[in-house]
Write a protein that binds this ligand. Structure first.
Ligand code: BES
Ligand code: ZN
Length: 993
């Protein structure tokens, strides 16, 4: 569940109803200026430093002595430069670094250390109708050294006027500074402005830096952006923000690095009708602004705590809200569109219970007076943890009893628990730089389970962790194109790509491993030390390890946590541990686990540990009638041995799968484990059963065990009814079924699976009853059967779809999405039209999502093609949902080829629309190859990816390498395993006849 964010791309937002008819240029030029010339950023940026000075003098010449000959020369030179520049940009627009960049005097991705911001006063005058913003920011800066330039982040905006005032130590302006600020040089690539200064700044002094700016924002879901929605047939516009990771620089000029914490104030102008205006802090006053006839107000907010720029947020809207006060006195509110006002209670209850829980877990009060949570109609991520003002996708915050299915309900609580965990881990204590992003995201992805478990203990969250997090991370990290958790960041393009499965899920899984190793008390105490020590400050990974070490020392069992955990965070991959039993001893060896050992190893990273790990190894064995457990710390340098009674029935490593490794055994032990599963699976915990299954399938795929090892286990699904191991098995079968999709084996494989699953279906029935996990399990099983093409399930869907169209469906909420997909799949065009109309008119976010998914289930190639193009046009499908829609179509067997061809043929349009948000394409590309296993098709796709590789940003290059490897893995897997599977299936099927 905590996999990398469900980002959809986009840099583009206002899909359906995008308003701006005026071109950007027309709008900019129509804005009043303060009399200084506005430089087109690229034009100025193109020049080098010294020529910029020349240019600047020329610009002033234009202003002050228009008739002078010199100016005419400058105008001519300017025009020439402009034409030259346009030519260079046009020529180089496809290359990674445009020509402009080479003229930018500051080359480093990190800002110079000579300037430290302390306080920002932001003043904004947004025009929601025209999606235009005028603003001013006044920043108190401290100078360290004697720089004669300032580099500040600013992206896609005009910097109209910049000025410096000197301040005394009590932050009073002493005098306008005699330091003249030159016109900026802009870097599009770094998103930064370089201001030359006429004199060096004084070491140790304080200045106020004032910058006025303007921008318009008709595209994109980042920075300060605008979304439209309809309410009672009236178009409304909401202004909201998404700053993380590096888009605060699109909203106001700032020193946009996590370590450059500051206090922020905001004054914002808005129409009186926009009655909900929110910032990280509560508002302090609202007063009339400007011409009374325009009914505009100016709202001022309290100053924030010291925090990073990526956590700044504000919202202007007309939403409704519900509010409560937690037991510890925080005012919590949930906001949504007025039409969705009845869907907010779950979110309020979850936050109300989780804030005090974390306060006690972390032993630190939530430091703000309020926590607002807002459902935004068009939102790129699932949610964003802005301090005191968390923003969500509608479907990640809103829940409607009787409409939203259980898994989505759980997702809402999980997202809330994740974002609230960030209020401490991320906001109060922040990573120094993006290379340690995992400290934020890995930790929150662990705590989301702990927090949700506290709110709904019966959901069994800690077992669910292994299905949604550990297994996903183990699969991803078994590719040789993986990367370590902590990775150096060399380019802004790489930051977005860091929000991936390794950061989130492997990060969470290794936190779980160390939690388990240290024990609850030491873990909690260590976190408390860490948060208290670094509150309002920034850290790196070693600071967390040190706090945990201190806690273990205080508990009289000191663990060198850094020494242990460096093996897991500084090198990619993970170990395969092999147990060999020899009388009363178990010999333990380790090697890196790779799913495709013969694939080319990546040369992007080297390991100083030589791909060996220090492993907190746990095991459990059966001595009849009981099981016994033990643990050892396996050294990276030598094989380990431990004693067991010589007559054990079986042994299983990695108890509860709380470690991040896989385990292999000799054939006898595998047989014994299989027998336990088949005959008496209750002898083992659900998490242990799941871990045996997941290891067996992956070891087979890596050619480390025979086909019989996992395949003989499949039969145990006849008896298994626990969600965690059941779904683990389904997930593994889905992979094999997926790659066999166009293979002659497919029919036999699916027929066999239907035989195995029929008992479970009979037991579970089609009645949407039982506890939470039973409902989710039933949903997963029916969905599996539908995708299997199971005739009875298809018939069930078709029959009930008729009732659904008549308004008389009795299918419960957890099965309804599958019924709708099945109805569309088996139905005619009019059935598709029916669901499409429902999608267009539905107002419930969770249901809209179900309907969108259902329309992608059609087998009609023409409709699928139309839907794919709609993802570029966004007339009905919001840009936030475009990439997921394409992904659904990849999952549809009829759609897979169509979508793959669509992506290849429309790559440029997709890149233009979604490309400025790296997350989008980095998600799409691996999905595109995940099911391909035919050699002919893979050849085309490989060739295509290969041609794109050089021209895409760094983060996307990594995604292309992974996708390429996944594709090779699939093709190879089918090649060497098909014959074995064929034989095995033939025997099974003939035996059952
Ligand atoms: N900080 C992220 C949001 C984010 C993601 C910002 C990517 C910028 C780029 C947030 O805390 C997050 O991780 N959200 C997740 C939800 C979570 C339950 C995994 C998301 O958006 O999916
Ligand atoms: Zn997060």
């Amino acid at each position: 569940m905590s996999s990398a964010p469900y980002r959809n791309l986009e840099e583009d937002l206002i899909s359906v109803d995008s308003a701006g008819s005026q071109s950007d240029a027309a709008k900019f030029s129509s804005q009043p200026t303060d009399g200084k010339r506005e430089y087109n950023v690229e034009v100025v940026g193109m020049d080098d430093l010294s020529s910029n000075n020349r240019f600047r003098r020329g610009a002033e010449g234009l202003k002050y002595s228009r008739k002078c000959m010199l100016s005419i020369i400058f105008i001519t030179v300017f025009a020439f430069l402009l034409i030259l520049l346009v030519a260079i940009i046009a020529h180089g627009s496809n290359s990674k670094e445009s020509a402009v960049e080479s003229f930018f005097p500051w080359k480093d991705i990190r800002l110079p250390t000579s300037i430290k911001p302390q306080q920002y006063d932001i003043f904004l005058v947004p025009d929601l109708t025209h999606q235009f913003v005028m603003g001013n920011v006044s920043i108190i800066i401290h100078v360290n050294g004697t720089p004669n330039f300032i580099v500040i982040h600013a992206k896609n905006m005009m910097l109209n006027h910049t000025q410096l005032n000197e301040m005394d130590s009590s932050f009073k302006v002493v005098s306008p500074s005699d330091v003249e600020v030159k016109s900026p040089i802009m870097s599009e690539h770094l998103g930064a402005a370089y201001f030359g200064l006429s004199k060096n700044l004084k070491d140790g002094s304080i200045y106020q830096l004032n910058i006025s700016f303007t921008y318009n924002r008709t595209e994109g879901l980042s920075g300060f952006y605008f979304s439209k929605y309809q309410e009672d047939n009236v178009t409304k516009v909401i202004g909201s923000t998404q700053m993380e990771p590096i888009d605060a620089r699109r909203a106001f000029p700032c020193f946009d690095e996590p370590q450059l914490r500051a206090n922020f104030t905001l004054k914002i102008v808005h129409d009186a009708s926009n009655d909900v205006v929110l910032f990280n802090t509560p508002k302090s006053k609202t007063e009339p602004f400007g011409d009374a006839s325009r009914k505009r107000l100016l709202t001022t907010f309290e100053t924030t705590l010291s925090m990073s720029t990526y956590l700044v947020a504000f919202v202007i809207c007309e939403f409704s809200n519900i509010t409560t006060t937690t037991s510890s006195g925080t005012q919590v509110s949930v906001f949504s569109r007025r039409e969705e006002g009845d869907q907010m209670q779950l979110a309020l209850d979850a936050a109300n219970k989780t804030i005090p829980f974390y306060e006690s877990y972390f032993q630190l009060p939530y430091p703000l007076p309020k926590q607002d949570m807002v459902a935004i109609p068009n939102f790129a991520a699932g949610a964003m943890e802005n301090w005191g003002l968390i923003l969500y996708r509608e479907s990640a915050l809103l829940f409607k009893e009787g409409v939203t299915r259980a898994y989505r309900q759980q997702y809402v609580v999980v997202v809330i628990a994740h974002e609230l965990a960030h209020q401490w881990f991320g906001n109060l204590v922040t990573m120094k730089w993006w290379d340690d992003l995992w400290l934020n995201e890995g930790f929150a992805s662990y705590m989301e389970y702990v927090g949700t478990d506290n709110f709904r203990p019966e959901w069994n969250m800690m077992d669910q962790f292994i299905v949604d997090t550990t297994h996903e991370a183990l699969a991803r990290d078994a590719l040789s194109e993986s990367h370590p958790i902590s990775v150096e960041i060399r380019d802004p393009d790489e930051i977005g790509a860091r929000f991936d499965t390794i950061t989130y899920s492997k990060g969470a899984a290794v936190i779980r491993m160390i939690h388990d190793y240290l024990g609850q008390d030491v873990f909690e105490k260590g976190l408390q030390i860490y948060l208290k020590r670094h509150a309002y400050n920034n850290t790196q990974t070693s600071d967390l390890w040190e706090a945990l070490r201190e806690a273990s020392e205080a508990n009289d069992k000191e663990v060198d946590v850094k020494d242990l955990m460096d093996y897991w965070t500084l090198q990619m991959g993970y170990p395969l541990v092999t147990f060999k039993k020899d009388k009363g001893k178990i010999h333990v060896t380790q090697e890196q686990f790779l799913i495709y050992p013969s694939g080319a190893p990546t040369d992007a990273y080297t390991s100083k540990f030589n791909y060996k790990w220090k492993i907190p190894l746990t095991y459990t064995y059966y001595t009849g009638p009981n099981t016994q457990s033990g643990s050892i710390l396996v050294s990276p340098d030598e094989d380990a041995v431990f004693d067991v009674p010589s007559d054990i029935g079986w042994i299983k490593g990695n108890v509860n799968q709380s470690g991040f490794y896989r385990v292999n055994y000799n054939a006898d032990n595998w047989k014994a484990l299989t027998t336990v599963l088949l005959t008496d699976h209750g002898k083992m915990q659900p998490a242990d059963r799941a871990s045996i299954i997941d290891d067996a399938f992956h070891l087979f795929r890596a050619q480390k065990v025979d086909l019989e090892v996992p395949f003989e286990m499949i039969d145990y699904l006849k008896h298994e009814r626990h969600y965690v191991p059941f779904v683990t098995t389904l997930d593994n079968l889905i992979y094999i079924r997926g790659v066999l999709q166009f293979h002659k084996l497919y029919d036999n494989f699916t027929i066999y699976l239907e035989g195995v699953l029929s008992q479970a279906m009979t037991d579970l029935t089609m009645e949407d009853t039982g506890d939470h996990l039973k409902k989710i399990l039933r949903g997963r099983l029916v969905d599996f059967l539908l995708n299997n093409g199971h005739p009875e399930t298809l018939k069930w869907a078709a029959d009930n779809f008729v009732a659904y169209k008549n308004g008389s469906s009795t299918v419960g909420v957890n099965l309804a999405p599958i019924m709708k997909c099945g109805g569309v799949r088996t139905g005619r065009e009019e059935d598709w039209n029916f669901v499409w109309e429902q999608f267009k008119s539905n107002k419930i976010a969770s249901e809209k999502y179900v309907l969108l998914r259902a329309v992608t289930c059609t087998r009609d190639p023409a409709i699928l093609t139309w839907l794919l193009f709609e993802c570029l046009e966004n007339r009905y499908i919001r840009s936030q949902d475009g990439i997921s829609t394409i992904q659904y179509i990849f999952e549809n067997p009829v759609g897979a080829n169509i979508a793959t061809n669509f992506v290849m043929e429309n790559w440029d349009q997709l890149a233009e629309k979604y490309g400025s948000d790296l997350f989008a394409l980095t998600r799409l590309v691996p999905k595109m190859t995940s099911w391909i296993s035919g050699e002919v098709q893979s050849f085309h796709v490989l060739e295509f990816l290969n041609t794109k590789y050089e021209s895409v940003p760094l983060g996307l290059q990594t995604a292309i390498l992974q996708a390429t490897e996944q594709l090779e893995v699939n093709v190879e897997f089918v090649k060497w395993s098909a014959e074995k599977m064929e034989q095995w299936l033939a025997e099974k099927l003939s035996a059952s006849m």
